[in-house]
Design a protein around this ligand. Structure first.
Ligand code: ATP
Ligand code: MG
Length: 546
């Protein structure tokens, strides 16, 4: 059983609110994605935090599509978001669309106008920018700031009725053009956009801005703690202003910011991830190199490993970048006692056991998982013709090389000791096969102890071997000589190998340790009845130190 999520500063705030009864005994959070892309591991952090917090306090967490921006939202994205949240192991209490609140948002804007707290402004975007001032200088009032309430009401009505074109006019909150916080200098709260909306169709040609819409969405849903990322910290006064001025709810939500997740060697923005898909740098949103939840799933990550990672990195108030090795360590940790081993050799070299009978196959027992005896053994075939891994033979061994080389004896895991007697080459000098002899007395499990060997290697019996495709991955982004991240041109390396017969029965998304190699998962999309394709999940060794 997984432990409850680690306590963090947000939970301290909630504990205090519960003590003071600010929201009674209620804790309600929400996860508010914009359905304009696939979720990435940064979203996983927000998902774990929002859903995990609701779970910890026996509260609720809503899934809310923040679809106030009538960009091309895609049903594909909506489906992927639900699949990913569910796969991560969470269940939303309610599912809402922010666009369902457009009427209420419009009414709220009208109320603000009636209170003299909002006005229609005909300055264009450049002029508004010019009036905004800087961090050092106050802004200048818009010439439209002090017009009569009735004029604002009728102009806003006209905005809604479609009498203006995009960018011609906006509705602005009337706050303070000399505020030290630029977000409070009469921010735009409604804009004209003659754009079809996936949910509301052509009903609206004006759309609320995020800073106006979000607090209203939270308040309508009775969110108690609205958790968002740090870049919204400066927007909090505006969030609170909207809540106070619109104010038709008794216990307004509280915005709390935390540091967004950044990870080395990757990018964490839907916009950039989308461009990688669109320009063909990766194959799709679920390309196993992508930091998307869908990509990580296809890469073989487990939901538990991602939850563990999100919990381990904690929730902080200061931005930082997490080493990708920490994420890799989490999946390795989760897999090491769970998945079975299989023998697979790459860059294979043929071995002929010259003193073993032809046309004979015997079965050898090997353990499924070295760490977990309860996972039992499996049988692998052994015969006169075998494949070994290219890395396990050196014609001229380097120092401390204990694997196979001419004249040396090694143990074949689960089978016999073999000695390499001869290296057979073709005319071009390429190794064709190794002629070896085996010692029948040394069969694994026989208790043989007359002599020891230093190297143990694995093998695949040749007549029953299955050829598989293997995809090894490097990071999407690597640093150049100026320490800047650039796209890695070699992030995908396709190779192939021979596998023991059981690998032929692997099911989609089934994970294995390829013995002495690393962890691999069967790719569902690329595998077919003729060919099995495996993705490398992570290597066996960690560079990450806790
Ligand atoms: P992106 O820039 O990748 O599009 P976003 O913040 O615009 O991200 P949304 O769909 O608006 O994406 O995000 C939904 C929720 O996920 C928000 O509450 C947001 O703060 C959170 N979130 C997004 N990226 C991260 C991240 N890297 N770390 C933590 N939380 C994140
Ligand atoms: Mg966004």
């Amino acid at each position: 059983m997984e432990k409850e999520i680690q306590s963090n500063f947000i939970h301290n705030i909630i504990d205090r609110d519960l003590e003071e009864g600010v929201y009674g005994d209620k804790v309600t959070t929400r996860f508010p994605p914009e359905p304009n892309g696939y979720l990435h591991i940064g979203h996983a952090k927000s998902i774990c935090l929002n859903f995990g917090t609701a779970k910890k306090y026996k509260g609720k967490c809503n899934l809310r599509y923040d679809d106030t921006n009538p960009v091309k939202e895609d049903i594909e994205y909506v489906n992927s978001i639900e699949e990913d949240v569910t796969w991560l192991g969470f269940k939303w209490d309610d599912r809402f669309w922010a666009s369902d609140y457009f009427d209420k948002m419009y009414e709220a804007a009208v109320e603000l106008i009636k209170k003299g707290k909002a006005y229609v402004c005909f300055l264009n975007a450049d002029e508004i920018r010019g009036h905004r001032g800087t961090l050092k200088e106050p802004g200048k009032n818009s010439p439209y700031r002090d017009r009569a309430i009735e004029d604002n009401l009728s102009d806003f009505e006209s905005m809604k009725a479609g009498k203006f074109s995009d960018g011609e006019v906006v509705l602005r909150a009337k706050i303070d053009m000399s505020s030290p916080n630029i977000n409070m200098r009469d921010p735009i709260i409604y804009r004209v956009a003659h754009t079809h909306h996936h949910n509301t169709g052509d009903k609206w040609c004006i759309y609320p801005m995020y800073d106006f819409a979000h607090p209203i969405e939270d308040a309508i849903e009775g969110i108690t703690h609205s958790i968002c990322t740090l870049e919204f910290e400066d927007h909090r006064p505006l969030y609170e202003w909207v809540i106070n001025e619109v104010g038709f709810w008794p216990n307004p939500p509280k915005q709390i910011e935390f540091a967004r997740l950044n990870i080395t060697n990757t990018v964490m923005s839907k916009r950039i991830l989308k461009s990688l898909v669109d320009n063909g740098s990766v194959e799709s949103w679920d390309d196993p190199r992508m930091p998307t939840i869908a990509g990580l799933r296809r890469r073989g990550y487990t939901p538990k490993s991602i939850r563990q990672f999100c919990d381990d990195i904690g929730v902080a108030k200061a931005n930082s970048t997490v080493d990708v090795a920490q994420l890799e360590a989490c999946v390795r940790d989760d897999l090491k006692d769970k998945v079975e081993a299989r023998n697979v050799v790459m860059n294979p070299i043929k071995v002929i056991i010259t003193n073993y009978p032809e046309n004979q196959v015997e079965m050898c027992e090997v353990e499924n998982n070295r760490n977990v005896p309860e996972m039992g053994n499996r049988e692998i075939p052994f015969s006169r013709e075998l494949w070994i891994d290219g890395d396990d033979f050196m014609e001229v061994p380097v120092k401390k090389y204990f694997r196979l080389f001419p004249g040396n004896e090694v143990r074949l895991k689960g089978a016999y000791f073999i000695t390499c007697n001869e290296t057979i080459k073709d005319e071009a000098g390429n190794i064709q096969e190794l002629h070896c002899t085996y010692d029948p007395k040394t069969r694994s499990g026989s208790g043989f102890s007359e002599r020891k060997v230093k190297g143990t290697i694995h093998f695949v019996e040749a007549s029953t071997a299955i050829k598989i495709k293997i995809r090894e991955y490097d990071y999407l982004m690597v640093k150049n000589e100026n320490d800047e991240y650039i796209e890695n041109p070699n992030s995908l390396n396709e190779t192939w190998g021979y596998a023991e017969p059981l690998v032929g029965e692997a099911k989609p998304l089934e994970r294995f340790q390829f013995f002495r190699k690393g962890y691999y998962v069967l790719d569902e999309k690329l595998s077919n009845c003729d060919e099995k394709v495996f993705n490398s999940i992570v290597g066996l060794k960690s560079s990450w130190k806790k």
